[in-house]
Ligand binder design. Structure first.
Ligand SMILES: [Zn+2]
Length: 372
């Protein structure tokens, strides 16, 4: 877990994190609302009330972003895609959905769900405003939230990948061309076009004397550019990996340990001696499970001599595996889905090797060095 994020528990079972950059935005937005928006709309309040409303409104912006991400997450779940976590950061939020959407239709609905939630919130807050007419603070609060949710929906619908609008655009291209690679390439380049448009617009604002606004627009442009470029790179990596099979990159030199070994024995003979990050556990000649560094770390070192491997390993019933013919991209996707760093390789029920993220990266480097 990134040390810059703070955990806020779970919502619908999905871990919710806040990136430390979000606190900067919280402070900046509270300050802007307290010193600009509220005094302009309602002069004559005491200073504490401006600050109270500023912070109160910022918290509800946070809730609005969270509901937007929850929209994506719950629809993703409906399509059986696991959601690893929701993280709120400087530009809003991100729902980390493991694996690629299974179909163009799934991607379309998952991407559309977020802006639909934001539009619905904007409409709801807009409908509330006339009801609280006369209560200045509440009126201004709902008016602002209606506005900000409309901005949230509108900005996210810009048709440049990886924004929601770009995902919707990609899903439509994907549906028409039946070619995810081509669809991603086009949508991400449209994303880069919008990114450069933002940077250009920011430069214009600076020339016109609006320096802070201009810098902010450029910042958004740079962020979009790097997000779109990394999607193109990821797509290229995918294209490279789907052409190769697990047996080209796996390590046939795996270790098998009996289920009743102690954790200390594993550390002494396999981790320290051989630098292994995972061992396969067997019981009565059958694969019983897999033990990784992650499992080792879950037990305090002074208990290693007493604890048996079988007590902490990942049991075979929960273990996913690949075959030597699985393509490397599917293997990587399987690791992402389960949040693991290695998978056993089985052929006709017999263990023939183990493949790790490290093996995949060195294989990519090897392919790269061949092509340059
Ligand atoms: Zn979204």
């Amino acid at each position: 877990m990134n040390k810059n994020t703070i955990s806020l528990g779970r919502i619908f079972g999905i871990p919710l994190n806040v990136d430390s950059s979000w606190f900067l935005i919280f402070a900046l937005l509270s300050w802007m609302l307290a010193s600009n928006y509220y005094p302009r709309e309602f002069p004559g309040w005491p200073l504490w009330q401006y600050w109270f409303m500023g912070m109160f409104t910022s918290i509800f912006l946070f809730v609005s972003v969270l509901l937007h991400e929850l929209g994506h997450s719950l629809v993703a779940r409906h399509f059986h895609l696991p959601v690893q976590r929701i993280t709120l950061f400087v530009f809003g939020g991100i729902a980390q959905i493991a694996g690629e959407p299974p179909s163009a239709r799934a991607e379309f609905w998952i991407a559309l769900a977020g802006p639909i939630v934001s539009f619905a919130l904007a409409a709801l807050f807009h409908l509330i405003t006339p009801l609280v007419q006369g209560w200045d603070a509440l009126f201004a609060f709902f008016k602002y939230l209606a506005f900000i949710n409309l901005i949230l929906a509108g900005f996210n619908l810009i048709p440049g990948f990886p924004l929601d609008g770009g995902r919707i655009f990609r899903s439509i291209l994907w549906g028409i061309t039946k070619n995810l690679r081509k669809a991603t390439f086009i949508a991400a380049n449209v994303g880069r076009f919008f990114a450069f448009a933002f940077i250009f617009l920011g430069a214009m604002q600076i020339i016109a004397g609006h320096i802070m606004d201009g810098l902010w627009t450029i910042f958004i442009g740079l962020f979009l550019e790097s997000a779109a470029s990394s999607q193109i790179q990821q797509q290229e990596m995918r294209t490279l990996l789907v052409r190769h099979k697990v047996n080209e990159a796996m390590n046939p030199n795996f270790a098998i340990v009996p289920a009743d070994s102690s954790l200390q024995e594993i550390v002494d003979h396999h981790v320290l001696g051989m630098g292994r990050r995972a061992v396969i556990v067997v019981d009565d000649g059958e694969i019983a499970g897999m033990l990784t560094l992650h499992h080792l770390k879950s037990v305090s070192p002074d208990k290693w001599p007493q604890v048996r491997v079988a007590e902490v390993m990942l049991p075979a019933s929960q273990m996913r595996w690949v075959t030597p013919d699985t393509d490397l991209w599917s293997a990587l996707q399987a690791m992402d889905r389960d949040g693991v760093n290695q998978l056993p390789v089985l052929q006709d029920g017999k263990l023939v090797g183990i493949i790790t993220r490290g093996d995949l990266i060195s294989f990519l480097n090897y392919l790269h060095s061949l092509s340059t």
